[in-house]
Design a protein around this ligand. Structure first.
Ligand code: UDP
Ligand code: MG
Length: 314
């Protein structure tokens, strides 16, 4: 199979018939073998009914229904598990992303050998203050922290992947915004971008509020941290702890000397004294945190989980 299209959706009953018909049209003109995987993320409208009807008319349409709303990341994760196509395309269900981009995205993965191609909503049709400006900031921070400098738009729903990428990364929490970052950490480094058409939302309303940017930033912190130190937390906490401890020790030794040899009495009233104690305690705590984190990561089931790309003679 050439292409799997994975579409997470929450209350998008109006858009689905139009969207699937459009995708089918594109696939048929280009003679792609394909599947459309619709994941109903706990919709409270008629979305699932619509999916049932659509799939009875078109055997390429598959559906997954969550019992409740788990979020876009969860939906993508379950969709990724069952894809069969060589190239996996994700898109939003709200008709903001255009299926006409699929052939070119497929070509970039299939022929140019990209691991991941992210859409870039160069000309956005979203509210300026609540979305476009915060999103620019968010993308700038993510670019810096992840070191993926060639992406303008991490959060675009329209993306294409080589199948090995989606089978090897786990999307959870609200990590769907950082799939390129996770892919990079997993070793899929050929990441590209394509400017894509973007429409204003035709039906329904946006499912994410402003909280996305705060949560997004926290997620970015944890993903960078786990990527960099997840398998060796002691390197982070331990080094910080030792530095802090040594600074404190230096201060306390200095104070003790000045008491012993220069008969300086009231060292306990000097601010430096408290700073010394504080940094010694913080240093010990950090060291301990590193040690505990190390024990936890040693017992983690995926402690020896590495992605092997190729083998020879075995
Ligand atoms: N979505 C989902 N689960 C959620 C929230 C959103 O599956 O909890 C889907 C939604 O139906 C749409 C896509 O994720 O297909 C993107 O959501 P939306 O268009 O509301 O986001 P925006 O375009 O405002 O970034
Ligand atoms: Mg949208």
């Amino acid at each position: 199979m050439n292409i799997s299209v994975v579409i997470p959706l929450l209350n998008e009953e109006e858009s689905l018939p139009e969207l699937t018909a459009w995708i089918k049209r594109v696939m048929d003109t280009h003679n792609f073998s394909y599947e459309i995987i619709l994941i109903d993320d706990g919709s409270t409208d008629n979305s699932w009914k619509v999916i049932e009807e659509l799939s009875s008319e078109n055997e390429h349409i598959k559906g997954i229904k969550f019992r409740r709303n788990y979020g876009k990341s969860a939906a993508l994760n379950e969709g990724f598990k069952i894809t069969q196509g060589d190239v996996v395309i994700t898109m939003d269900a709200d008709l903001q992303d255009s299926p006409d981009e699929i052939p070119e995205l497929y070509r970039m993965i299939h022929e140019e050998g990209y691991d991941l191609v992210s859409g870039w909503k160069k000309k956005r049709h979203d509210p300026v203050f609540t979305k476009n400006i915060p999103s620019k900031l968010f993308n700038a921070v993510t670019r810096r922290m992840s070191g993926i400098h060639n992406l303008h738009d991490f959060n675009c729903g329209l993306k294409a992947y080589d199948k090995s990428v989606v089978k090897n990364i786990e999307v959870y929490g609200e990590m769907h915004r950082f799939i390129p970052v996770m892919a990079k950490w997993a070793g899929f480094t050929k990441i590209g971008e394509k400017a894509v058409q973007h429409q204003a939302r035709k039906y329904g309303t946006s499912k994410f509020g402003m909280s996305r940017f705060i949560n997004g930033f926290l997620d970015l912190l944890s993903i960078t941290f786990v990527g960099r130190f997840g398998k060796k937390p002691m390197h982070f906490f331990g080094s910080m702890g030792i530095i802090s401890f040594l600074i404190g020790l230096g201060i306390l030794v200095y104070l003790s000397f000045s008491k012993l040899y220069f008969n300086e009495y009231a060292i306990a009233t000097r601010p430096l004294f408290f700073l010394g104690i504080l940094t010694v305690i913080i240093g010990t705590q950090l060291f301990l945190a590193g040690f505990l984190a190390e024990l936890i990561s040693r017992n983690a089931p995926n402690r020896n989980h590495y992605l092997i790309e190729k083998r020879i003679n075995q």
